[in-house]
Design a protein around this ligand. Sequence first.
Ligand code: PLP
Length: 516
Amino acid sequence: MLNNVGRPTRPEEMDGEVDNFETYTGNKALNLETPLIFEQGEPGRVGVDLPEPKEFTDRLGGLSREGNIGLPDLSEPQVLRHYVRLSRQNYSIDAGFYPLGSCTMKHNPRINEKAARLPGLGDIHPLQPVETVQGALELIYELGEWLKTITGMPAVAMSPAAGAHGELCGVMAIRAAHDAKGEARTRILVPESAHGTNPATAALCGYKVDAVQARPDGRMDIEAFKAKLGPDVAGVMLTNPNTCGLFENDVKEIADLIHGVGGYFYCDGANFNAILGRTRVGDLGVDAMHINLHKTFSTPHGGGGPGSGPVVFSDALAAYAPVPYVVKGEEGYRLQEQVEGDAQDSFGRMKGNHGQMGMFIRALAYMLSHGADGLKQIAEDAVLNANYVRVGLNDLLHSPYDGICMHEALFDDSTLKDTGVTTLDIAKAMIDEGYHPMTMYFPLVVHGAMLIEPTESESKETLDMFIGSMRHLISKAQSGESPEHFTQAPRFAPRRRLDETSAARKPVLRWTSSAS
Ligand SMILES: *Cc1c(COP(=O)(O)O)cnc(C)c1O
């Protein structure tokens, strides 16, 4: 539309030059550039006014630093603007649809944030005397009770700081259990489609990783699994629902088989969102499972804050769980901090302090505000939404595995063959459409994988718009008319295509002054 004197009111009416239009500053209106913070400093500029320190003598024995430490000298508005500008270059779940498969980037209700900032919870310190933080300990304890109830497992370790850390916790407990029996087992079985953290964890704990192939239907091949079992197998690490978005139907048999050879069953619970309130892993024979609080119970990660990966344990492994943990007694709550008494078989401590308190508060607020019925509906809606996306796209994109999926829809790149457009190009074109791309090239077992997880918190309108944009992009790619629409994307992002290979192989991780 033109305004009353004939000038354009929208950017696309700007006589077709938007793409190449240069500005003096490099800014494009709301799209603001910001130099590195080190480049903005000016020696002697300060953002605070502190009194001169009193005379003092240090006890560093002459080791105190002489020169300055190389931080930029900046005013407060410079610092503020720098970080606000950076934040505006970042995509967020609050700004738009975030279909990143395997990551469960769901809406984070504001009530969580409100609870986490309550002064009685937000302003406490992990080293305070326990009498002064009884409420916080009660919260950790209660959250643990919820996690035990939801999973049907008898014990929980709250301290692990993320999913991968939870896996480490689980496999260290498995190792401690074998050590206690005097058994030196050497292998851990991991399906081919596993998240990279699974084999990494097993290797870190000193085990040989033995990959189990998948069946054509995307589940672990149970015959191949049986063939690999033996007295040297310490356990299996299985994700359920798996990273192809499929429920491992043979899970009970897998549990019985691994127990039959004296091994333990580690379940990667990162996809728990899909079965929450519907399936109790305790009934499936699982011995340990981490729960990504930052996936299943909102608080999305990746620029959104820290993670938290509590681990639930079966009776067989409970005694080996790490310290510290909260104990409820007659006199209130206390912390079991040492490997002694009831905790004498514990494998020890994984991290300082008692876990990610802020995440505990958010997760419990999320559970309490949903209630048991609401938690169940989360899983149902997540699966419904994923299947809605799957059916909305499956005449254009090929699903490597037939049938209904769980919380995420998986496609391969076979319909892009000979178009000159790759999965990566589709992802870049999605950025121009205003989406965070789906997960690409994972799981590795699927060629050119596109893994789309809408989560339960998206509306039908959002899903329809997304399906519409994907249909538009895929049809355009398949038509072969303008591969450059894809290979040149993204056009509108603050940066376009970076040299990712150099960034990975020769990363420049430290700023050095051009003057020096
Ligand atoms: C996210 C994820 C992990 C790792 O969890 P982090 O919290 O990122 O360490 C492990 N396995 C699967 C299947 C995941 O999706």
